[in-house]
Design a protein around this ligand. Structure first.
Ligand code: PAF
Length: 281
């Protein structure tokens, strides 16, 4: 089944809840891949009714061309979801239906975490994400919502959003899905040729290297190593590489004992912006 309006969706969900269904929710912007399907499969295991939303959110793009170029494949996406399980409900609202008359982002205070890495390079991005996730969570009213760790900073921002908006939902983090070469699955990969996708695995390789030497090298040395590696990749531009504690996400220059760290990276590969991250210790 596919529903296109918040009104239809909330009627349907209210009815399902009265029948005792537990609702799992996977928000997406479409162009679905195995990573999304993995989230939906996990939701199917843990909930009795699963909703997958497909909505390319205009307020989270800080570059107009990125919004225009974002792949839109609703028919193929719906088919993929229903191949996985025909009982999954697809929700594909229009911007006017979801947002109402004003299609604009709310201004949130997510603290310093929202101004580093993705927040620094994509001003306004997290306000847009927070706004749409709040609207979607209110429309779907799920018991659990599933977010991939590829967008780790987004996941942490969504956890804050749920606290700020006092939404009664459990946020479930899900591990990054990768292809056989290690490239993190992303809708944006569809914009790369096979050769570019293969080049892009250097992103994963550098995260792996950072992980391998994290215990024995200091952070500036690891940063230097990654920077040098991308200096030798003319088709790729390293936007940032940062190592940060998982709870604050504030990029660090030195390590603190008994702290859990992740490495975060954003790279532009032949005009396509890719992000990835990896647990280091
Ligand atoms: O991760 C995404 O695909 C998007 O940021 C999300 C969470 C669906 C909000 O538009």
């Amino acid at each position: 089944m596919i529903l296109y309006t918040c009104a239809e969706l909330s009627d349907f969900i209210a009815h399902q809840k009265l029948q005792g269904q537990t609702i799992g929710f996977v928000p997406t912007m479409g162009a679905l891949h195995q990573g999304h399907l993995g989230l939906a499969a996990q939701a199917m295991e843990e909930c009795t009714l699963v909703v997958v939303s497909i909505f390319v959110n205009p307020t989270q793009f800080n570059k107009a061309e990125d919004l225009v170029n974002y792949p839109r494949t609703l028919e193929a996406d719906t088919e993929l979801i229903h191949q996985l399980n025909p009982d999954i409900l697809v929700f594909a609202p229009t911007a006017a239906d979801l947002y109402g008359a004003q299609i604009q982002a709310k201004s949130y205070d997510f603290g310093p975490m929202a101004t580093t890495m993705e927040g620094e390079f994509r001003p306004g991005h997290f306000d847009g994400v927070g706004t749409v996730v709040n609207l979607l969570l209110r429309a779907v009213s799920p018991d659990k919502a599933y977010f991939g760790e590829k967008d780790y900073q987004q996941l942490k921002i969504v956890e804050q959003l749920v606290a700020i908006e006092k939404l009664p939902v459990a946020i479930v983090p899900c591990p990054i899905a990768r292809n056989a070469q290690g490239l993190a699955l992303s809708s944006r990969n569809a914009r790369l040729t096979a050769a570019q996708r293969s080049q892009a695995t250097v992103v994963y390789k550098m995260l792996k290297k950072a992980q391998d030497c994290f215990e024995v090298q200091d952070i500036p040395a690891i940063q230097e190593m990654v920077k040098k590696a991308f200096d030798h990749e003319p088709q790729m531009t390293l936007e940032y590489f940062a190592i940060a504690p998982v709870d604050t996400l504030m990029p660090a220059r030195s390590k603190i004992e008994k702290t859990s760290y992740r490495a975060f990276i954003a790279v532009i590969v032949s005009g396509v912006r890719l992000i990835d991250n990896m647990q280091l210790n």
